[in-house]
Design a protein. Structure first.
Length: 168
């Protein structure tokens, strides 16, 4: 699988190797090649997003399992406490353990959510950077073409002036 940077490099190479149109900043490109590269980008971009979605779904499943387990532990501790009302210390320990399990579960859920968000943010930041670099590159190429045509226009004007003997 190729990275998004590879696909952007392919697009850039295709534009660099394309024919320039005379007196225009347009180029003639192979439409099918462009569509193929765009299709490949679309096929590969959602995989990273799907990975983030799977992480979030797995995170939600773990949270639900932990809640069920915590509820089971609390219920079990409550039943044990009722059966052993004459032994207050056991009831106290069970309640503390249930609280610890619930707190640990909440902490794990928070950590997993933050990790999933960090991963999604990282993927989005990479995508943003790639697009910004592509925009910068396109802007630079556009500026170079404008400068080339400005110089060419100046030379043509100068040549015309020489032909006329410096007359307007």
């Amino acid at each position: 699988m190729e990275s998004l940077l590879d696909y952007l490099d392919m697009l850039e190479d295709l534009l660099d190797s394309s024919k320039s149109m005379p007196f225009s900043n347009r180029v003639s490109v192979d439409r099918e090649k462009i569509f193929d590269i765009i299709r490949d980008i679309r096929l590969n971009l959602p995989n990273e997003i799907r990975q983030a979605q799977r992480i979030i779904e797995e995170h939600d499943k773990i949270i639900n399992d932990a809640k069920i387990k915590a509820a089971s532990i609390v219920k079990e501790a409550d039943g044990t406490a009722k059966m052993m009302t004459n032994n207050h210390e056991i009831f106290k320990r069970a309640t503390e353990q249930a609280t610890e399990v619930i707190e640990e579960t909440k902490k794990n859920a928070r950590d997993m959510r933050l990790n999933a968000m960090d991963y999604a943010d990282e993927i989005l930041a990479k995508t943003e950077k790639i697009i910004q670099e592509a925009m910068t590159n396109i802007d630079q190429q556009h500026q170079m073409i404008n400068e080339y045509f400005a110089k060419t226009t100046d030379v043509l004007y100068s040549n015309r002036q020489e032909l006329r003997g410096g007359k307007n």
